[in-house]
Design a protein around this ligand. Structure first.
Ligand code: BES
Ligand code: ZN
Ligand code: ZN
Length: 476
């Protein structure tokens, strides 16, 4: 798709998208746009409604926004139009941007429109969305100078589209190697460096907790390390560290899952959010240094798999008693966090992971669980999330939960063995590997990374975290 900005619709033929704020159903004044009018009885801008009419060689789609609208609803409305109305899109679409739209609203509308091209049918022969045609033209009608906003909106959508794809593609495509290849290609294209440690290099480095998880898989684990350094670094340049859980499939291991295994291709969604955020940070040339680690492995069932009661040794020298092989995410994150802290010493650290069923049990699909002892990080993360509809809510990191993961044979155990406070005890486990870092936050996204919505019949990715992490970095 190519995007142009024009000041008016003179000589335009094609599909015209006209967002309309709500008026009044009994208003005598019709909704009107350049000679095309709709009686208020039929359409008056109510949220989640639209009205289509063909006139003057154009298909006009009036889109209801309600009286006021938040970022994520606006984005969803435009995604819906692009997704559902593609039959009415020929080779071009014009979007009329209302004068009262703020830059954020312009961003949400354009990002949403781009996301509407996403379809789960990656392996189908069916025709692709018209937006994916190189020659398709999107004309944006605005009297303001919105060039930077447009470019940012497209970059956000492109990063989210990558993350959606990485999560939704099946685990026999998205192996750890696939993810490290993706990182290499994205790094080359957008400007960040990538180093990957394969099995031998991980063994040499002592990443024992990470390697234990991948032992039962045919697919070699990959410990992916990415670095983005902005232009003009100086003493004040902030440095953020990210760690994302990259379990390409979670069978549970020998403690094999008895439910919801079908969804477990989503277990690399934290890693995919970090990959998307890395692409976006670099694409936006943000003036912050970012180091990101995604430990990628498959938790498989095999004679070579690790077993419950094994004691393994992590990168920072901690011995870990395995109580349950299904509590594998915290094991790969443990080494990711320790490696990041020891080798890169970032000022801020955020890890993001589909870590526990308990986070989903607590918050459903509405928000991620946030764990941090740093008030500033907590505030900035929540503010960033609220602004774009990727919400977070805090849970405690109190030390009273620490006794649950005390082991008798080793320094720590990977699970309490009790189905209580699962998200919190998992976070306490991670804390063990943060070397008392003063600005660490953990995001458990098990409930928000993957689910049902109007854009497919089966559960699929949401790209939660890509924009949140980037906005947090931007707002530091
Ligand atoms: N990958 C799962 C968590 C998960 C659950 C992600 C639902 C997405 C949706 C994780 O590795 C896991 O299995 N957690 C267990 C831990 C338990 C065995 C200590 C859980 O939460 O039940
Ligand atoms: Zn698991
Ligand atoms: Zn898992």
């Amino acid at each position: 798709m190519q995007t142009t900005t024009i000041k008016n619709l003179n000589n335009f033929t094609g599909t015209v998208l006209i967002p309309v704020f709500e008026t009044y159903s009994k208003s005598l004044v019709p909704i009107e746009f350049q000679g095309v009018s709709v009686a208020s009885k039929v359409f008056y801008g109510k949220k989640d409604t639209h009205y289509m009419i063909e006139k003057y060689d154009c298909v006009h789609i009036f889109i209801g926004l309600g009286k006021e609208i938040d970022y994520s609803s606006l984005k969803t409305i435009f995604r819906r139009i692009a997704y559902n109305q593609k039959e009415s899109f020929g080779t071009n679409v014009a979007l009329v941007l209302p004068e009262q739209f703020s830059p954020e609203q312009v961003e949400a509308a354009i990002s949403g429109l781009y996301l509407g091209s996403y379809d789960l049918g990656h392996f189908k022969k069916t025709e692709k969305h018209p937006f994916l045609n190189e020659n398709f033209e999107l004309a944006l009608i605005s009297k303001k100078d919105i060039a930077n906003t447009i470019s940012k909106a497209i970059k956000i959508a492109n990063a989210q589209l990558e993350t959606l794809r990485l999560v939704d593609l099946p685990p026999n495509t998205v192996t750890p190697k696939y993810l490290s290849n993706w990182a290499n290609q994205s790094g080359e294209k957008y400007g960040f460096t990538v180093e990957t440690l394969g099995f031998e290099a991980c063994k040499k480095a002592g990443l024992g907790s990470f390697l234990a998880v991948g032992k039962g898989s045919e697919n070699e684990p990959q410990f992916v390390i990415m670095n983005y350094v902005p232009k003009n670094v100086n003493a004040k340049t902030k440095h953020v560290g990210l760690v994302g859980k990259g379990i390409t499939y979670d069978t549970g291991g020998l403690n094999i899952k008895t439910s919801a295994m079908l969804d477990m291709k989503c277990d690399m969604a934290g890693g995919a959010a970090v990959f998307g955020a890395m692409q976006l940070v670099a694409d936006l040339n943000l003036p912050v240094k970012v180091t990101a680690i995604v430990p990628c492995a498959e938790n498989a069932v095999d004679a070579k798999s690790f077993v419950a009661s094994d004691v393994i040794h992590s990168y920072n020298g901690t011995s870990i008693e395995i109580i349950d092989t299904d509590a594998e995410g915290r094991l790969v994150l443990a080494d990711g966090l320790s490696y990041l802290i020891k080798n890169f010493k970032p000022e801020y650290i955020i890890d993001i992971a589909t870590l526990t069923g308990s986070a989903m049990g607590t918050f459903g699909h509405e928000c991620a669980a946030l764990f941090t002892n740093n008030e500033l990080v907590s505030k900035k993360l929540q503010e960033s999330g609220d602004a774009i509809g990727e919400r977070l809510w805090p849970l405690p990191l109190w030390d009273c939960y620490k006794s649950d993961i005390e082991s008798e044979i080793a320094d720590v155990k990977n699970y309490s063995g009790k189905p209580l406070a699962g998200a919190i005890t998992a976070a306490k486990f991670l804390e063990y590997f943060t070397d008392n870092h003063k600005a660490w936050a953990h995001l458990d996204i098990a409930g928000v990374a993957f689910g049902n919505d109007e854009f497919a019949k089966s559960k699929h990715a949401t790209a939660y975290g890509v924009h949140l992490l980037t906005k947090f970095i931007e707002n530091l």
